[in-house]
Design a protein around this ligand. Structure first.
Ligand SMILES: NC(=O)c1ccc[n+]([C@@H]2O[C@H](COP(=O)([O-])OP(=O)(O)OC[C@H]3O[C@@H](n4cnc5c(N)ncnc54)[C@H](OP(=O)(O)O)[C@@H]3O)[C@@H](O)[C@H]2O)c1
Length: 245
C-alpha cells in the first residue's frame, strides 16, 4: 500500500524540510498532504520547486490551524482523498514576543490554540484512519524544556506538546503507532528573519557550536525518527549544545 504522510506548516522552514525529505525517499504511489496558512507566496514557491514527479504526490491545502472548523475540513479532505494516514507531522507553530504582563487573553488563546489545542484535535480526528506501524511526530521546542524563551506562552505550549507526546503513547498503543517529538533550539528559518546581528551574536555565544542549526539537520533527524520502529515517547533535543556554559 502507498504511504500517506501529512505535514502541517509544510511549505516553509522546518516543515518544508521534513516534507521534502519524505518526498526524497517516497515511492511513486505515495502521497504527502502539505498544509499552509497565510503565506500563499511561500506555498507557491514550495510548489514550484517540486519536480514534476513530486507534484503528482503532493496535495497542497490551505487551512488556518488556529481554527477548529478549518482543521476539521483539512482532516476530512485527507480522509476522503486518501482513506488512511501513515505519518502525521504536526509542525505548525507561532510565538508572540510581548511581555507576560502585556498579554491579552485573545493573544494567549491564539497561541494555545495554534500550538496545542488544534494539534490535539487533529491527531484525534485522524486517529481512526491511522494505520498500524504509523508514526506521529510533533515539532516541539527546546523552549519547552528550559524556560529560556522570550515568549512565555510559547514555552508553555511547547512543554505541553512534549507532555502530550508521552501521554499519547498509551492512547496509540492498541494501534501500534509511535508518538515522538523533536525539540529544536535555534534553527535558521523565517522565524528569525527580523533578528538583529547583535541578537544573533548574543545567542551564538550560548551555543557550544556557535551557530544556528540548519533546516536539513532537523529534517534529517525528523525523518530518522519517523522511520525508526522502536522510538516511542521520545522528545529529542537538537540545539548544538545550548546553555552548556
Ligand atoms: N526556527 C526555530 O528556531 C525553531 C525552534 C524550535 C521550534 N521551532 C518550531 O518549528 C516549527 C516550524 O517553525 P519554523 O522555524 O520552520 O518557522 P516558519 O517557517 O515560520 O514555519 C511556521 C509554519 O507554521 C505555519 N502557520 C503558522 N500559523 C498558522 C496558522 N494559523 N494556520 C496554518 N499554518 C500556520 C506557517 O504557514 P504560513 O506562513 O503559510 O501561515 C509556517 O509554515 C514551529 O512549530 C516552531 O515553533 C522552530
Amino acid at each position: 500500500m502507498s504511504r500517506v504522510s501529512v505535514v502541517t506548516g509544510g511549505t516553509s522552514g522546518i516543515g518544508r524540510g521534513i516534507a521534502e525529505k519524505i518526498l526524497t525517499h517516497s515511492g511513486p504511489e505515495d502521497l504527502v498532504f502539505v498544509s499552509y496558512g497565510h503565506n500563499r507566496e511561500r506555498a507557491e514557491a514550495f510548489w514550484e520547486a517540486l519536480s514534476e514527479e513530486n507534484k503528482k504526490k503532493v496535495i497542497l491545502l490551505r487551512a488556518d490551524m488556529s481554527s477548529y472548523e478549518e482543521m476539521i475540513c483539512f482532516a476530512r479532505e485527507i480522509t476522503e482523498r486518501a482513506g488512511h494516514v501513515d505519518w502525521l507531522v504536526n509542525n505548525v507553530g507561532i510565538g508572540i514576543y510581548k511581555k507576560y504582563e502585556d498579554y491579552t487573553f485573545e493573544e494567549w488563546t491564539k497561541v494555545v490554540n495554534t500550538n496545542l489545542s488544534i494539534p490535539v484535535f487533529l491527531v484525534k480526528e485522524l486517529r481512526p484512519v491511522m494505520e498500524k506501524g504509523g508514526s506521529i511526530l510533533f515539532t516541539g521546542s527546546y523552549a519547552g524544556q528550559q524556560a529560556y524563551s522570550s515568549s512565555l506562552v510559547y514555552g508553555v505550549t511547547k512543554a505541553a506538546i512534549h507532555f502530550l507526546t508521552k501521554s499519547l503513547v498509551k492512547e496509540f498503543e492498541p494501534k501500534g503507532i509511535t508518538v515522538n517529538a523533536i525539540a529544536p533550539g535555534f534553527i535558521q528559518t523565517a522565524w528569525h528573519e527580523n533578528r538583529s546581528p547583535e541578537s544573533y551574536e548574543r545567542i551564538n555565544k550560548k551555543i557550544a557550536l556557535h551557530r544556528f542549526g540548519e533546516v536539513s539537520e532537523v529534517s534529517d533527524m525528523a525523518y530518522a525518527i519517523l522511520t525508526n520502529g522502536y522510538m516511542n515517547g521520545s522528545v529529542v533535543d537538537i540545539h548544538g549544545g545550548y546553555d552548556y556554559f
